[in-house]
Design a protein around this ligand. Structure first.
Ligand SMILES: C[S@@+](CC[C@H](N)C(=O)[O-])C[C@H]1O[C@@H](n2cnc3c(N)ncnc32)[C@H](O)[C@@H]1O
Length: 444
């Protein structure tokens, strides 16, 4: 325990008030004396001279908590001002300035960004609401909800604001979307049970094909954009890493599920070809081609649909696409050319006549396939637009008992929103099942 500071003595007070001492101190600053380094002392001095309490506090916070990023610091400072006096004119302006300068959430491949930007918009919303500036409150809450419709506070604030402004229908729509996103989260869905492994040669070939496609055999490292690069069998099982070499990123469980769906379709005689929209290195499609070959189902084709140039940027046709917190379109590691994918098929001896490459953006390449029948429609385009475009183009091409599989439902909110919006628009009530923590499927 440290000693308490001594009570100030009269002498010390007198000295502190002495202009002489202040001058001497200024001399020290001018001579370059800067105990904190990087000009901090002179910035503090400048702020103190102009009485700029805000700047002064920011500088001090930055010094005291260097781990705190700029956005978090702005949020804390704004919060302090609001708690002190939420209506004082100069505080309102300072809060607007502080929080208005917090940049939007930084997109990331899979991990959610820090929530300071969302917090900043929420606080602005609360402040505007308190001041009766309803339109601005609505805009702030709407932005939060677009970013995180799954967060209760974002949904409730926006819904309440709509009600306050007399729009009960809009409030109900917000609450309904939030409730759907939460009630249909993947952990609440019934879970698919994988079949027991069998020991006949065909089953063993397909087992080996699955294991090879996601390379649990040699266990390659993960790309650094997905966090830890070390090979982790548990992550590879559930497709939670981005393999540097394996031909599929969807993991062993979802590959096994795809094989089960293929074999179910063959066993039950569900008519049609099979398609994946979003193939990356082609692994899931290679598995589908392998299942067809192993079962001698030569009359069915595998449609391999991709831009072969990565994901598109957010699409202005969809407000929800623009709100994405992911930056997949900026990632070169997701852009694999068609020649490389074809070569991967060839390596497995599966580049056969029944494999059809469909190259280009889904919005352009999939509508012309509408007249085909697809016993399996596998969606793996991650984005709201990519998922919605695929469903709009091809859902009606899936026959009764056919499979609709979405790879990204659990972990990519955009894909989940598109699936739920489409099901709602079309009145689809077929039960959804969770494959693992990410993938879902339903049968028509
Ligand atoms: C997550 S990866 C697919 C992973 C793959 N299914 C596997 O087995 O590893 C997503 C792929 O979707 C493609 N994609 C996403 N949106 C697209 C769109 N709108 N049009 C064309 N391709 C798209 C990307 O080029 C990328 O190859």
């Amino acid at each position: 325990m440290t000693e308490p500071d001594p009570e100030p003595q009269d002498d010390a007070l007198a000295a502190a008030a002495s202009p002489m001492l202040a001058d001497e101190e200024e001399g020290l600053w001018e001579a370059g004396y800067d105990p904190a380094g990087s000009g901090l002392a002179s910035q503090l001095l400048a702020a103190s001279e102009t009485g700029d309490l805000l700047t002064f506090s920011r500088l001090l916070i930055a010094q005291a908590a260097p781990g705190l990023d700029d956005s978090a610091m702005r949020v804390l400072l704004a919060q302090t001002l609001l708690r002190q006096d939420p209506t004082a004119e100069r505080h309102v302006q300072a809060v607007e300035e502080l929080l208005g300068a917090v940049p939007p959430p930084r997109p990331s491949p899979y991990r959610w960004p820090a929530n300071a930007p969302i917090r900043a918009r929420m606080m602005l919303g609360y402040m505007y609401r308190g001041l009766g500036r309803d339109e601005e409150a609505l805009a702030a809450f709407r932005q939060c909800f677009h970013w995180r419709p799954d967060v209760a506070e974002c949904a409730e604030c926006l819904a309440f604001q709509h009600e306050r402004m007399g729009d009960a229908a809009a409030a109900a729509a917000v609450r309904a979307e939030h409730a759907a996103l939460m009630s249909q989260t993947i952990r609440r869905l019934p879970r698919w049970q994988p079949p027991e492994p069998a020991a006949d040669p065909r089953s063993m070939y397909l087992d080996l094909l699955e294991r090879t496609l996601c390379n649990v055999i040699y266990g390659d490292t993960s790309h650094s954009s997905y966090g830890d690069t070390v090979y982790d069998p548990a992550r590879r099982e559930t497709g939670r890493d981005l393999p540097t070499q394996a031909h599929s990123m969807i993991g062993l469980t979802r590959l096994r599920h795809l094989r089960w769906a293929m074999e179910t379709v063959l066993a039950e005689g569900v008519p049609g070809h099979v398609i994946e929209a979003g193939v990356w290195r082609g692994g899931a499609c290679i598995l589908m081609a392998g299942v067809l070959a192993a079962h001698g189902a030569h009359d069915r084709q595998v449609f391999v649909a991709d831009s072969f140039a990565g994901l598109p940027p957010p699409d202005p046709r969809y407000v929800k696409d623009l709100a994405t917190l992911h930056d997949f379109h900026t990632r070169p590691e997701l852009a694999i050319g068609s020649a490389e994918v074809a070569e991967n098929f060839r390596q497995y001896g599966l580049l056969r006549d029944n494999v059809r490459f469909v190259e280009g953006w889904f919005s352009e390449t999939l509508p012309p396939l509408r007249d085909q029948t697809f016993a399996i429609l596998r969606l793996d385009g991650d984005l709201y637009s990519s998922t919605m475009d695929t469903l709009v183009a091809l859902y009606d091409s899936v026959p009764p008992n056919g499979f609709v599989i979405c790879d990204d439902f659990g972990v990519v909110l955009d894909a989940r929103r598109a699936i739920l919006d489409f099901r709602k628009e079309r009145g689809i009530t077929d039960n959804m099942f969770a494959i693992d923590g990410d993938g879902i499927y339903w049968r028509k």
